[in-house]
Ligand binder design. Structure first.
Ligand code: PMP
Length: 430
C-alpha cells in the first residue's frame, strides 16, 4: 500500500540544505501534497519513488525519456563510452558522427552544435541571430517557455527590465499578432522565436498550424530576420524530422533538447547554411558540452529513432490513453479537455476554474500508481505498452470514482498560488 514517509523525511532534510527544499520545474511545490519529490530508480515506463512506490510515469523526466528509462541499446552505448572516457581535453570522434547523423536526419540542419540544456540552445540562438543580422530585437510568444536565462525565465525575481530590454512579445501561434510585432520593430529584428505548437502550462495545447508556420517564415524572409523553432520540448515526439517539415516550413535555427540522449545530458542547436558563418563567429562553450558519454547515448538514440517504429507506438498508446480517458470521464459525468498531439497529452477538466477537480483526480491517480500531471503537458514514451495503458485506465477509473464521491465544494484548493497562475494563463489566452 502507498506510503510517503521516506519522501516526507527527505523533504524535511532538503529544506535545511537546499533553497526552498527544491527549485525549478521538478519542484513539487505547486503540486498536490501527496506527489513524491524524490525518486529512487526507473526502468522502461516505470518509476519508483523514495518510498519504493511504483508508478507508470507520464512525465518522462519532463520529456527526456523517449524510448523508456534505461533503454538497453542506449545503456550499452553509455557503458561502452564510459570505458573509453567521457569529459576529456577535447571531444571524442563521436561528436563528428553525431553531427553527421543530425544533419542527415533533419531537413532544417546543415550543421549542428551541441550543448547541455535547452536553455543553452535557445540562448545560443539569440546570440547567433544577432551576430548574423546585426540587429537587436528578439520576438517571442507571450508566456512561452524558452528556458531559465534572464532573457526568457518566467520568474521575475532577480531579473532586470534591461535583461529583457530587446525582447518583444507577440501572441503565441497568432499570425496577425506576429505581423503587428514585426511591423512595430521593422529594421531592428534579429529573430522570431516560435514553438511547433502551443504547449504551455495551465493552458490547452494546440496542434502544429501551417498558417502560422508559413506566415512566420514569410515575415522573417521579408524582414531578413532569423526564424528560430524551439523544439526543445517536442523534438522527435511528433516526427523523425523537424516538427514543421511536414508543413513545408524550414526554420533557420532549431533548438533541440531533452530527448536526444534519451536522458543523458545533451542538447543541440542546428541550422541552415546561411547561419553557419554567424554560428562560427560567436563564443559559446561549457566545461561539459563536449563530454563523449551523452554523445554516445545520442548516437544510439538517433539510430533507434531512424530504425524502429517508436513514433508509431507513441501515437498508438497515446491515442488509446486519450480515447480511454474520454470515455471514462463521460461515464462518470466529467468532461476533460485533452489537447495537443496524443504523444504529449495535456489533460484539464472542463468547468474547473481553480483546478480543484484536476488536482484531486491527479493525486488520486498518483496514490494508485499512475504519475499524471494536473497542469503541465505530459509525455508518452515508447516503452509504454497497451497493457500499461489498460492498467493506467483502471487507476484513473478509480480516481474518477473517488472524485465523484467527493463533495465538490469541499474539494481542497491545494495551492492558492495556482489560482494566480491560472489567472495569468487566462490573460494570455484572452
Ligand atoms: N524551450 C522549451 C520549449 C522547453 O520546453 C524547455 C524546457 N522545458 C526549454 C526551452 C528549456 O530547456 P532546459 O530546461 O533543458 O534548459
Amino acid at each position: 500500500s502507498w506510503t510517503n514517509s521516506r519522501n516526507a523525511e527527505l523533504k524535511q532534510r532538503a529544506a535545511q540544505v537546499i533553497p526552498g527544499g527544491m527549485y525549478g520545474h521538478e519542484s513539487t511545490a505547486l503540486l498536490p501534497a501527496d506527489f513524491p519529490q524524490f525518486f529512487r530508480r526507473a526502468e522502461g515506463t516505470r518509476l519508483w519513488d523514495a518510498d519504493d512506490n511504483e508508478y507508470i510515469d507520464y512525465m518522462c523526466a519532463y520529456g527526456p525519456n523517449l524510448l523508456g528509462y534505461r533503454q538497453p541499446e542506449v545503456d550499452a552505448a553509455v557503458r561502452a563510452q564510459m570505458q573509453l572516457g567521457d569529459t576529456l581535453t577535447g571531444p571524442s570522434e563521436i561528436m563528428v558522427t553525431l553531427a553527421e547523423d543530425m544533419v542527415a536526419m533533419l531537413s532544417p540542419a546543415d550543421w549542428a552544435m551541441f550543448c547541455k540544456n535547452g536553455t543553452d540552445a535557445t540562448s545560443m540562438a539569440t546570440v547567433i541571430a544577432r551576430a548574423h543580422t546585426g540587429k537587436r530585437k528578439i520576438l517571442v510568444g507571450k508566456g512561452v517557455y524558452h528556458g531559465a536565462a534572464p532573457w526568457c525565465t518566467p520568474g521575475p525575481a532577480g531579473i532586470l527590465s534591461e535583461d529583457r530590454g530587446h525582447i518583444v512579445y507577440y501572441r503565441d501561434q497568432d499570425p496577425q499578432s506576429l505581423a503587428e510585432a514585426v511591423a512595430a520593430h521593422a529594421g531592428d529584428i534579429a529573430a522570431v522565436f516560435a514553438t511547433p505548437f502551443r504547449h504551455e502550462t495551465f493552458r490547452d495545447q494546440s496542434e502544429p498550424d501551417a498558417t502560422f508556420a508559413r506566415e512566420a517564415r514569410r515575415l522573417c524572409d521579408a524582414e531578413g530576420a532569423v526564424l528560430v523553432l524551439d523544439e526543445v520540448r517536442a523534438a522527435f515526439r511528433l516526427s523523425r524530422d523537424g516538427a514543421w517539415a511536414a508543413l513545408g516550413v524550414k526554420p533557420d535555427l532549431t533548438s533541440i533538447g531533452k530527448v536526444i540522449g534519451n536522458g543523458q545530458p545533451i542538447s543541440a542547436l542546428v541550422g541552415l547554411e546561411p547561419l553557419r558563418k554567424a554560428a562560427s563567429s560567436v563564443y559559446v562553450t561549457g566545461s561539459f558540452w563536449f563530454s563523449a558519454v551523452p554523445m554516445a547515448a545520442a548516437v544510439a538514440t538517433l539510430k533507434i529513432i531512424r530504425e524502429s517504429d517508436y513514433l508509431e507506438r507513441l501515437q498508438r498508446t497515446g491515442r488509446l490513453l486519450r480515447e480511454g480517458l474520454a470515455a471514462q470521464a463521460a461515464a462518470h459525468g466529467f468532461a476533460l479537455r485533452q489537447t495537443g498531439p496524443v504523444q504529449m497529452p495535456q489533460i484539464l477538466f472542463e468547468d474547473d476554474p481553480e483546478m480543484r477537480l484536476g488536482y484531486f483526480w491527479a493525486a488520486a491517480a498518483v496514490r494508485r500508481g499512475v504519475y499524471l500531471h494536473p497542469y503541465h503537458n505530459m509525455f508518452i514514451n515508447a516503452a509504454l505498452t497497451e497493457t500499461d495503458v489498460a492498467q493506467t485506465l483502471e487507476a484513473t477509473d478509480a480516481a474518477f470514482t473517488a472524485l465523484k464521491a467527493q463533495d465538490r465544494a469541499g474539494l481542497p484548493l491545494e495551492r492558492p498560488v495556482v489560482r494566480d497562475r491560472l489567472e495569468r494563463a487566462a490573460l494570455l489566452s484572452a
